[in-house]
Design a protein around this ligand. Structure first.
Ligand SMILES: NC(=O)c1ccc[n+]([C@@H]2O[C@H](COP(=O)([O-])OP(=O)(O)OC[C@H]3O[C@@H](n4cnc5c(N)ncnc54)[C@H](OP(=O)(O)O)[C@@H]3O)[C@@H](O)[C@H]2O)c1
Length: 338
């Protein structure tokens, strides 16, 4: 399985490490060898049709800050869409930054990959939040797979659970915490009476929040995950503009204390039901299974016959997300002899 890796940051490098460690096990267990033939970052790319040496790629990135310095084939071109279209690799793994304005560069990468009959594994929510129905249609039309396990829940298989473990069951509603950064901030505001700003700075120092935290704290990240689940699990053609979104930046420690006194906690909750979808701070009973602390994520699936089922797990992190990518690669292999 030849792979083009677009994006070589936290997730892309974690994937390279996992593949370096696990390729032998993947070959033995699943009968295929994932081989990265192209890597692209914001400053350049490298290519080796026999397989990029991933340990060398990681060392090069660490030393020079870009894969463009990869010995032999490194170059300053980062035109990922062109490289995808010209390559005969079977799979594109898309890990460029999430962009909710126009989805780029991920949107062009995914469209080009599917149009040139390559399977896609993406951890990038931007293109899905903006154009998921069209991308699913394109994948169907081209008879290729578009997989995105790492976009919701990192390594925790929320999407796979709902799509694959409940055949014959109808999931009517989904609600829960889908963003570890905001959950950490709210937890710290409540437990130590911190202001939103102080808790945010602490989250940034710990590496949980990005330098520009807007997508997390204003609810866009959670909303994108809601869009993905609405389309994938509930077959609703939603995009970001269909979600009613409120963030957590206006919450005060006083409000959290008042709510705590009544046996509840304020959490940033994403929810989808039959006809609507929303993201916003909600008061959740402390004994509700989705009321989890810190960076954890928790989702309750309300099913017609099996009742409410809640899954809890770590929501993000490079290595966990890389594990979701490997799951998707194995699924592609199982479905198609690529
Ligand atoms: N980190 C997580 O835990 C996590 C979990 C789930 C989903 N995700 C999603 O997965 C994606 C990757 O996350 P990340 O944490 O790895 O982000 P990141 O560390 O910022 O890495 C992004 C990578 O994309 C590269 N890039 C930027 N613009 C590019 C362009 N025009 N062409 C080619 N490459 C370009 C960057 O290049 P440089 O290295 O040169 O800057 C970098 O290598 C994001 O969409 C994120 O939302 C992340």
């Amino acid at each position: 399985m030849r792979i083009i890796l677009a994006g070589f940051g936290t997730v892309g490098q974690a994937l390279a490490k996992v593949l370096t460690q696990d390729t032998k096990r993947i070959v033995q267990s699943y009968g295929f060898q994932p081989q990265v033939t192209t890597i692209v970052d914001s400053q350049g790319s490298c290519r080796d049709e026999k397989g990029v040496d991933l340990s060398l790629a990681l060392k090069t990135k660490e030393k020079h800050g870009t894969i463009a310095k990869y010995p032999g084939s490194g170059r300053r071109s980062n035109d990922s869409a062109r490289m995808i279209s010209e390559s005969d690799a079977e799979v594109v793994v898309e890990t460029t930054p999430t962009n909710f304005k126009n989805g780029e560069p991920g949107l062009s990468n995914i469209k080009t990959a599917l149009s040139t009959r390559k399977h896609v594994v993406t951890t990038n929510k931007g293109p899905l939040a903006l154009a998921m129905p069209a991308l699913i249609e394109l994948a169907r039309h081209r008879n290729r797979q578009l997989r995105f396990s790492g976009t919701v829940g990192g390594g925790t298989p929320f999407l796979d659970f709902a799509a694959e473990c409940m055949p014959g069951e109808r999931i009517a509603r989904i609600k829960g915490i889908l963003n570890g950064t905001t959950n950490y901030i709210l937890t710290r505001m409540e437990s130590s009476s911190l202001t939103f700003q102080k808790a945010l700075v602490e989250a940034q120092k710990k590496g949980y929040a990005e330098k520009d935290p807007t997508n997390d704290v204003e609810g866009f990240d959670t909303a994108a995950k809601i869009v993905i689940m609405a389309n994938w699990i509930l077959a609703k053609s939603f995009s970001l503009r269909d979600i009613d979104i409120t963030g957590i930046s206006k919450i005060t420690p006083q409000k959290l204390r008042e709510v705590q006194a009544s046996g509840a906690k304020v959490k940033l909750i994403g929810r989808i039901d039959e006809s609507s979808a929303s993201v916003g701070p909600e008061e959740i009973r402390a004994d509700d299974p989705t009321c989890v602390p810190g960076t954890l994520n928790a989702l309750t699936f309300s099913t017609e016959h099996a009742g409410d089922i809640t899954l809890i797990g770590p929501g993000a992190g490079g290595e966990r997300t890389a594990s979701a990518i490997v799951r998707d690669l194995v699924s592609i292999r199982k479905e198609y002899a690529v």
